[in-house]
Design a protein around this ligand. Structure first.
Ligand code: 5GP
Ligand code: MN
Length: 342
């Protein structure tokens, strides 16, 4: 755990400040929940805040309180740049290095003249003036709760803050099932429910938001599933053509990789998704036990993340990417076999 200059930050926030809060590119439930949860809290403390996200977030997160106030850097660029110019400090939430916001926004942030405050649970964070980094945490939303607690302010957590933070903890823990879920996570969740988070509604809003075409896309993904029991590995592919056929919308492929991991005896799962617009193959990796997909993604697929959940990309074709992936598996046979005790 790294806690850097927290007391200085606490003192700095004693008087009202103009604050920008940023999440990573392709924001997920944790990024949206954490940025908006922190925003509602800081607003309550009398600060002026603006949440900026690099690009679109999935439709199934649109109900989260405060999403209508968010500026998208790619679409509302002028407003975004204006709020950055007048801000006095930037909070960076749910990512560990500036390149995670995408090239355009990164270039702008690199010219920023004031301080950054990072709250994040990813490995190997870059250095910023103020830092709260803890890779053992389930989610950045859990850390925002801890941050509010360290500020001595849990009493002012209201239903909006509680709803935002509950959502990110829920999505980043796979509904409280991943290894990172601890008794502390559950205690925080209990407190968030007491403070007004409607747990049944939140689950339903996020997980029961399928469109028919999304289910058909899932069907296609499952049809494409390939299993390599000798490496305890399974992976899924989705081509651009298949995405188009089933009217792919942002967020539709979220969580599909977990179906590969749900197979008996499988401890390493991947999904390869062709993105013709960006000219890349976007990859998600998941694992169980000690096999680190963070290292695997870093070493071979320009990515990173956590030990059991990471992502990356490839600039060659879908077919070539899969060949590369398959050719790597024999090197890890022993590690994969010993990663997880059933
Ligand atoms: P997902 O597979 O759900 O997109 O991402 C899983 C985890 O890996 C997330 O914590 C995310 O931040 C991280 N991640 C996903 N894609 C990338 C990437 O391209 N680079 C890095 N460094 N991390 C990624
Ligand atoms: Mn997260």
């Amino acid at each position: 755990m790294i806690l850097k200059n927290f007391n200085e930050l606490k003192t700095y926030l004693d008087t009202p400040k103009d604050i920008v809060i940023i999440g990573h590119k392709n924001p997920d439930g944790d990024a949206v929940g954490a940025t908006l949860g922190l925003k509602h809290y800081l607003d309550k403390k009398g600060h002026e805040t603006q949440v900026l996200l690099p690009n679109e977030f999935p439709e199934f997160l649109r109900w989260i309180p405060g999403t209508e106030t968010v500026y998208r850097f790619d679409r509302q660029n002028k407003q975004s740049v204006r709020s950055l110019k007048k801000s006095e400090i930037i909070f960076l939430l749910d990512f560990n290095a500036l390149h995670r916001v995408g090239d355009d926004m990164q270039n702008t942030l690199e010219k920023y003249e004031h301080d950054f405050a990072l709250i994040d649970h990813h490995q190997q964070p870059d250095d910023f003036t103020y830092m709260y980094s803890d890779t053992s945490m389930s989610s950045t939303c859990q850390m925002v709760y801890n941050f509010i607690e360290m500020m001595g302010d849990t009493a002012i957590i209201d239903a909006d803050i509680a709803t935002c933070l509950y959502t990110g903890i829920m999505t980043d823990t796979g509904s409280f099932r991943f290894r990172s879920t601890t008794s502390a996570t559950h205690r925080i969740i209990a407190d968030l429910i007491d403070k007004g988070a409607k747990n049944d509604k939140i689950h339903s809003n996020v997980y029961d938001a399928n469109t028919y075409s999304r289910l058909l896309l899932l069907g296609q993904a499952l049809t494409n599933l390939q299993i390599y029991p000798e490496y305890k590995t399974a992976f899924i592919t989705l081509s651009q053509k298949e995405k188009d056929k089933f009217n792919y919308q942002k967020g539709d492929t979220e969580g599909i990789v977990n179906y590969a991991l749900s197979l008996q005896g499988i401890i390493f799962a991947a999904i390869f998704i062709e993105d013709k617009e960006q000219g890349i193959i976007k990859i998600s990796f998941r694992s169980k036990g000690t096999f680190s997909v963070n290292k695997f993604a870093r070493n071979y697929f320009n990515g990173g993340g956590h030990d059991n959940a990471a992502g990356g990309r490839s600039n060659v074709s879908l077919g070539e990417t899969i060949e590369k992936f398959k050719s790597l598996l024999p090197n890890y046979q022993k590690e994969l076999m010993n990663s997880y005790e059933e």
